[in-house]
Design a protein around this ligand. Structure first.
Ligand code: AP5
Length: 221
């Protein structure tokens, strides 16, 4: 049975940053619905057209669209060694759909990790964020700069980009969506006894160490 991991937390908690590191370290595949939706917007697909304005406003894209893209992605061969869900599920309906699709596909959610942060600090984190447009490695104006300005440490390319929704106003809307729609999933996964909380206000490397320790323990359990 394939076992999967889920990173839960508000915008800016470090889900993408940590998922990429776990992908490199353990061979999981990062499954980011935000990245998949941004790719759909760029490609101009029907899903992308429906998602574009919602994402720009910091709202939640409809459950139907998001569930369909995750369902399809989980059939890809490269997900068979396990995925790290990053940004999905975000609603009770998505969580229920995930349970159903995992069962149907012979997969299991081994651990849900809540990246615990202070909301007020997330606006600064996100406002300073930029990403390598070639490989997706994430950077920050103050907390994580590349060794050479504008050159990605990971792939060596110079294609840094900033997200359209990374402004203070939209981040505030995304935080509201998180608390209304997504935070109730903490209790949902607590009741399934698979939720663990990690202090994600710690430096990035310390969060990675905590996650690695946790997943090592999980793997042995
Ligand atoms: P999505 O792309 O998922 O964005 P998000 O959840 O708002 O999360 P972020 O990517 O902003 O934050 P992150 O936790 O990944 O932080 P990161 O590691 O980059 O979704 C975007 C939009 O798509 C949504 O608003 C919605 O419209 C739509 N969408 C996506 N999924 C959906 C779904 N399931 N249902 C409906 N709609 C959906 O880190 C942020 C910055 O902080 C970086 O610069 C990083 O270097 C820095 N940083 C990270 N960790 C630390 C640390 N420990 N200390 C200091 N700095 C740190």
């Amino acid at each position: 049975m394939t076992t999967d991991i889920l990173l839960l937390g508000p915008p800016g908690a470090g889900k993408g940053t940590q998922a990429r590191r776990l992908q490199d370290a353990y061979g999981f595949v990062q499954l980011s619905t935000g990245d998949m939706l941004r790719a759909a917007v760029k490609a101009g697909t029907e899903a992308g057209k429906a998602a574009k304005s919602v994402m720009e406003a910091g709202g939640l894209v409809s459950d139907d669209i998001v569930i369909a893209i995750v369902d399809e992605r989980l059939d890809d061969e490269d997900t068979k060694n396990g995925v790290i869900f990053d940004g999905f599920p975000r609603t009770a309906a998505q969580a229920a759909a995930l349970d159903e699709m995992l069962e149907t596909k012979g997969r299991k959610l081994a651990q849900v990790v809540l990246l615990d942060v202070i909301d007020e600090d997330m606006v600064a984190r996100i406002s300073g964020r930029y990403t390598c447009g070639n490989c997706g490695e994430g950077y920050h104006d103050t907390s994580k700069q590349p060794k050479t300005a504008d050159v990605c440490d990971h792939c060596g390319e110079s294609q840094m980009t900033r997200r359209a929704d990374d402004n203070a106003e939209t981040v505030k809307a995304r935080l509201v969506e998180y608390h209304n729609g997504t935070a109730p999933l903490i209790q949902y996964y607590e009741e399934k006894d698979i939720l663990v909380k990690i202090d994600a206000m710690a430096p990035i490397d310390d969060v990675t160490t905590a996650l690695s320790n946790l997943l090592g323990t999980t793997a042995e359990a």
